[in-house]
Ligand binder design. Sequence first.
Ligand code: C2E
Ligand code: CA
Ligand code: CA
Ligand code: CA
Length: 279
Amino acid sequence: AKKQGRNQVEFFKGEMQESFEKKMRLEAGLRTALENNEFELFYQPQLNVSLGYMASAEALIRWNHPEWGMVSPDEFIPLAESSGHIRSIGAWVIDEGIKMAKTLKQHYPRLHRIGLNVSSVQLRERNFVEQVKMAIEKYNIDPSLIELEITESVVIDRLEETIEKLSALKKLGIALALDDFGTGYSSLNYLRRLPIDRVKLDRSFIQEMDEDPKKATMVHYIIEMAHSLGLKVVAEGVETEKQMQMLNMLQVDKVQGYFYSRPITQEGLFTFVDEKYGE
Ligand code: C2E
Ligand code: CA
Ligand code: CA
Ligand code: CA
């Protein structure tokens, strides 16, 4: 038993060591990833359920490393945040996403908007609003084509400061969405004060709603509450037809999930609207 116990300790030590080294290597990789063109934006369609056409799409970053292959954003975004690389990566996402919004709108006039994820570190940069403004001017696009997705936890942390930032962003004419809604603190009190257009109902609610009637009830009331506050609701992580039908009945505004499409390349998105969900 003693021997087994020691092996156990060594096992965990080994594993920790490995993950530490892995982090160090990932972080070193991040330093050169931008200049080596290793990032790419994928896009996941968001559909208007009742009308059945693609209204918008969310840009999701991909890191294609020459040796390691695809590295998940859940793995490298936190590292980019703690190391500061998120500033340049985030700026790249905004530039690239706005460029895509312009191209896609020309090809597909029904496009409402492209959603871009913004990290809390990025949002807190002093010149963030200016940065967004300049990118919009650079591509000369209608700012309402751009929606920034901010996660809930960020907002709570520094409410007054965040409200000010978000109001300045709204003044540019862009749209704002609260991401991962329902996972954080979800105080209804701050929701009323934020200058947002939409909430993105977190995947965890959607994935169980077709099996758990209580979850379905919660989704129902969240949608009603959001609507009564004048907010639109996007359901993320829709994977089954049943979920889609339930959400449609509950009058959700848009759906996004593997049921319709995984995140796909820019080219893939063009094909998606041409062949499947354009009309
Ligand atoms: P998120 O913003 O909540 O994005 C949704 C995630 O759920 C994406 O994972 C998407 O691929 C995945 N997803 C979509 N539909 C389904 C579904 O039906 N089932 C399941 N199981 N998953 C689904 P992804 O692309 O790996 O991104 C993970 C997270 O990384 C994102 O969560 C976001 O927080 C962050 N992220 C991605 N791109 C960016 C970016 O450009 N900037 C920043 N700051 N963060 C990003
Ligand atoms: Ca998001
Ligand atoms: Ca989300
Ligand atoms: Ca998330």
